[in-house]
Design a protein around this ligand. Structure first.
Ligand code: BTN
Length: 319
C-alpha cells in the first residue's frame, strides 16, 4: 500500500491529498494512512503535512520513485515495471529469486545494498542514497553462449548514459568495467540461467558510484565516483533514465539484427585499452599482450610477443 500511496501523491504533485481521501481510496483507516506516510518520510520522501488539508509530496531530487522514473523513460520494453527498495541485500540476488515469474524488462533498483555482489565472489560497496544499484531482467530468445553480449551492451549503454549526464571522459575497460582517469566508477555483473540452447533469463546488474564522497582505504587507489571526478553531485534518476534508454536501443538493435555492431562501435570508440599493453589474468595464468581489437562477437583480440594473435573470452584485465 505504501507504494500505491506514493504513486497517488506523486501523481497529484502540487496539491494536497487529505487523509480521509486516501483512507477511502485504499479502504483503510486514516491512522493506517498516517503510519504509511511516516514510513515514507523515514525513507527520505519529503511529505508536507498541513492540518485540514492533508499530505503533499515535495521535490526531492535524490529520491528514486518508480512512477517518476517510468514517466521519464523513453523505452518500449525496459523499465515499464520498476521494483524499488529503500534497502535490499542485492538487486541481482532478488532479481534471480523472482526472475522465473517476472516478465522481460523488469528493473529492480535499490537505494542501498547490504550484501551487494561483485564479480569473482567479491562484494560491491553500496551506500544508501549515493549510488545506482540496479538489475535488469531480460528474457531474450538466445543460447547461453550469447549471454556475455548483454554485458557489452550494458557497458556501452552505461558509458553513453554517464557521458551524456556528466560530460566526463568515461571509458570502457573490457569487458565489465566503466572507468574515469584509470579508476573504476561502474561494475557490471551478468548472471544467467537456462538450458543448453535457450536462456531462461539473464540478469544484468549495474553498480555505479555516483555521489560517493570517499572510499575505504583499500579501494581508494582503484575506485572513484562521479562526484570525485566531476566535483559535483549528479542526479541519479536522470542517469538511470539515460542508461536504460541507451540500453534498450542497443539491446533492440542486437535482437533485431542479430549483430552486436552498434554496441561494439561504442566499445571501441571509448575503449580504455585498445592499442595498449595489458595484463590478462585467467585463473593462475597471467599474460601480457597488446589489445588490438574487439571482435564483432565482443571478444578481445590480443597480440602477444612475436605477433601471435589470440582471442580472450573473459578474465580480469588491467591496463
Ligand atoms: C563488479 O565489477 O565486480 C561488478 C559489480 C556489480 C554491482 C552491481 S550493483 C547492482 C547489482 N546487484 C549486485 O549485488 N551487484 C550488481
Amino acid at each position: 500500500m505504501k507504494e500505491k500511496i506514493l504513486k497517488v501523491l506523486y501523481e497529484s504533485k502540487g496539491q494536497y491529498k487529505s487523509g480521509e481521501e486516501l483512507a477511502e481510496l485504499f479502504g483503510v483507516s486514516r491512522t493506517a494512512i498516517w503510519k504509511q506516510i511516516n514510513s515514507l518520510k523515514k525513507e527520505g520522501h519529503i511529505i508536507e503535512t498541513v492540518n485540514k488539508k492533508g499530505y503533499q509530496l515535495m521535490e526531492n531530487d535524490n529520491l528514486l520513485v518508480p512512477v517518476e522514473l517510468q514517466s521519464m523513460l523513453d523505452t518500449e520494453e525496459i523499465g515499464h515495471h520498476i521494483i524499488y527498495f529503500d534497502s535490499i541485500k542485492s538487486t541481482n540476488t532478488y532479481a534471480k529469486e523472482i526472475a522465473h515469474e517476472t516478465p522481460h524488462g523488469v528493473v529492480i533498483i535499490g537505494n542501498e545494498q547490504t550484501e551487494g555482489r561483485g564479480r569473482m565472489g567479491r562484494g560491491w560497496t553500496s551506500p544508501k542514497g549515493k549510488g545506482i544499484f540496479m538489475s535488469i531482467i531480460l528474457k531474450p530468445q538466445i543460447p547461453p553462449t550469447e549471454g556475455a553480449k548483454m554485458t557489452q551492451i550494458a557497458a556501452a549503454a552505461t558509458c553513453l548514459g554517464i557521458r551524456s549526464i556528466t560530460s566526463l571522459d568515461v571509458l570502457i575497460k573490457w569487458p565489465n568495467d566503466v572507468i574515469i582517469n584509470g579508476k573504476k566508477v561502474c561494475g557490471i555483473l551478468t548472471e544467467m540461467s537456462g538450458e543448453l540452447n535457450q536462456v531462461a533469463y539473464i540478469i544484468v546488474g549495474i553498480g555505479i558510484n555516483v555521489n560517493t564522497e570517499e572510499f575505504p582505504e583499500d579501494l581508494r587507489e582503484k575506485g572513484t565516483s562521479l562526484l570525485i571526478e566531476g566535483k559535483k553531485h549528479y542526479s541519479r534518476k536522470e542517469m538511470i533514465v539515460a542508461i536504460l534508454n541507451e540500453f534498450e536501443k542497443l539491446y533492440q538493435d542486437y535482437i533485431k539484427s542479430g549483430s552486436l555492431q552498434s554496441t561494439i562501435e561504442i566499445c571501441k570508440k571509448y575503449s580504455a585499452m585498445l592499442g595498449k599493453e595489458i595484463r590478462i589474468i585467467q585463473g593462475n595464468k597471467e599474460t601480457i599482450a597488446k589489445a588490438v581489437d574487439i571482435t564483432e562477437e565482443g571478444l578481445l583480440k590480443i597480440a602477444q610477443e612475436g605477433g601471435k594473435e589470440d582471442l580472450v573470452f573473459s578474465g580480469e584485465v588491467s591496463v
